[in-house]
Design a protein around this ligand. Structure first.
Ligand SMILES: N[C@@H](CCC(=O)N[C@@H](CS)C(=O)NCC(=O)O)C(=O)O
Length: 207
């Protein structure tokens, strides 16, 4: 049975963009609702957990937590983007959760007081991002085996590739990944996907 979906996030890419990329890759229609930062306080009461994003299913059921939403879209995609076996799903989730940590860390400078911002940003660029990019590269290398097909895990596009792609964008790390062949190949696979390329060409610009 197909459902109607509405995805609610700020008018920004950031944490919410992974879900929009997954919807695009899966070819699933949804309502892309964007909340302006100025109207957030008024709209916050409508959210299940006081945060964005959330997903609305069939106009009734509201669900919070970006990773729960991302795993659901990866699961309902045809073909699914969450692995062809339990082990593949485990490997995909290891990468997806590491990338989610990278997104949390990339967004941290914007949640601290102004006077702390530069220090947190410098720590992200010099310490946190290289460490997490190294973990991601290590996982890709361990999972690629002999295949070397460019996907992070297995033989097709998965939640792992899409999480990596968005984490790299969130952290402004596009130049940085030239040092990491596995990450570079995975992000190339995402950008080359026809449906994703179409979304990238028409999505709203800005942060
Ligand atoms: N663990 C949650 C975190 C959600 C979160 O912190 N969202 C931020 C935006 S990226 C938010 O709603 N910030 C506004 C606020 O907390 O007032 C998730 O992954 O969905």
């Amino acid at each position: 049975m197909s459902h109607e979906y509405e995805f609610v996030y700020f008018n920004a890419k950031l944490r919410g963009e992974t879900t929009r990329l997954l919807f695009a890759a899966a070819g699933i229609q949804y309502k892309d609702t964007r909340i302006g930062f100025a109207e957030w306080h008024e709209k916050q009461k409508d959210t299940p957990q006081g945060s964005l994003p959330y997903l609305v299913i069939d106009g009734r059921t509201k669900v919070s937590q970006s990773m729960a939403i991302n795993r659901y879209i990866a699961r309902i995609a045809d073909p699914p983007m969450c692995g062809s076996s339990s082990e593949e799903e485990l490997y995909i989730n290891e990468i997806a959760d590491t990338a989610a940590t990278l997104i949390d860390e990339a967004l941290k400078p914007f949640t601290v007081p102004e006077e702390k911002r530069q220090e947190v940003m410098t720590n992200f660029n010099d310490v946190v991002a290289p460490k997490l990019l190294g973990f991601l590269e290590k996982s890709i290398t361990a999972r690629a085996g002999e295949s070397k097909n460019g996907f992070a895990v297995g033989s097709k596009l998965s939640l792992a590739d899409i999480m990596i792609f968005n984490a790299i964008e969130c952290g402004n790390l596009t130049e940085e990944i030239s040092k990491y062949p596995g990450l570079k190949a995975s992000t190339k696979k995402v950008a080359e996907n026809k449906r994703i390329a179409e979304w990238l060409s028409k999505r709203p610009t800005g942060m």
